[in-house]
Design a protein around this ligand. Structure first.
Ligand SMILES: Nc1ncnc2c1ncn2[C@@H]1O[C@H](COP(=O)(O)OP(=O)(O)OP(=O)(O)O)[C@@H](O)[C@H]1O
Length: 271
């Protein structure tokens, strides 16, 4: 990045030479990355390419990676995973407040639940929520902590296609209102290009493609101009042979997530 540009956008996250290996197998191979404060970035890559490993490193959850290079991240970080990780023995509001006390925290917790569309469900138990509602509650739990950086690891990966699209709208609205820096890990090319302003492709331990998505929001899956970005990302992911299924073919695209190659072998739990 040019020096003057660096002065304009304070990076929220800065990685220099970040490396991580497991059993002699290098997963992150000297990653250099700046995430400017307030940017919405998506991270794509095949299963096993190291997306969760990178996210865990940025979250400060991986102590071994820390010494490998330079890693700077904000102190107020929230992480949302594919499963909501709500505690089943705590009611929804108590899950959202976990570790926060006092009337003011409770007021913020209720406000966060209202923001994600769960007003009135404060006293529900997690097992009374649908998958989408549970992820809404997980987002509320993140929001209430007013994170400078929101890390999301396949947060909508277990949801049906229609719920996922509703959650996309919600996440983008929350981002517009609160403006945390976001790093969203996903397998879903359409999810990445509809939500993010910048999409990174992780390939062989490096950032293989760093693409700015220069289209206004809210974006539609139907926008034919997103097709060019989709094509570039699919090419970077090595799946150009699926062009006919993913091109601008006049369908609304809402079912695309289901007819593209799936990479779920290692998608469950990044812990
Ligand atoms: N704790 C661990 N111990 C050993 N190997 C690990 C560990 N965590 C990750 N790996 C390995 O590192 C590689 C990258 O895993 P990672 O979970 O980061 O990939 P990913 O891109 O997030 O995959 P997916 O999209 O399937 O979730 C994989 O080969 C995985 O087996």
């Amino acid at each position: 990045m040019a020096p003057h540009a660096e002065q304009l956008t304070r990076p929220a996250v800065q990685l220099r030479g970040l490396t991580r290996s497991f059993d002699g197998h290098t997963v992150l191979d000297g990653i250099d990355l700046d995430l400017p404060a307030g940017q919405f970035t998506a991270l794509l890559g095949h299963s096993g390419s190291g997306k969760s490993t990178l996210l865990r490193a940025v979250a400060g959850l991986d102590h071994e990676v820390a010494g490998s290079g330079q890693l700077t991240a904000p102190s107020r970080v929230s992480v949302v995973f594919q499963d909501s990780r709500l505690l089943p023995w705590q009611r929804v509001l108590d899950n959202v407040l976990l570790g926060l006390d006092g009337k003011e925290a409770e007021r913020r917790g209720r406000a966060a639940l209202a923001e994600v569309g769960l007003a009135g469900r404060e006293r529900a138990w997690p097992n009374e929520l649908s998958g989408g509602e549970a992820q809404r509650a997980a987002l509320a739990r993140s929001l209430v902590r007013e994170p400078e950086l929101l890390l999301a690891d396949e947060p909508f990966g277990a949801l049906d296609a229609l719920t996922r699209i509703r959650m996309h709208t919600l996440l983008r609205e929350l981002w517009e209102r609160h403006r945390p820096s976001v790093l969203l890990v996903t397998h879903d090319v359409d999810e990445a290009i509809v939500l993010a302003d910048r999409v990174l492709v992780l390939d062989e331990g490096r950032i293989g493609l760093d693409l700015t998505i220069d289209r206004p929001h809210p974006r539609s899956y139907r926008d034919p101009l997103l097709g060019e970005y989709r094509e570039r990302l699919l090419t970077a992911l090595g799946v150009t042979e699926h062009h006919d299924h993913h091109g601008t073919d006049g369908t609304d695209g809402t079912d695309r997530a289901d007819d593209r190659p799936q990479h779920h072998e290692h998608a469950e739990d990044p812990q």
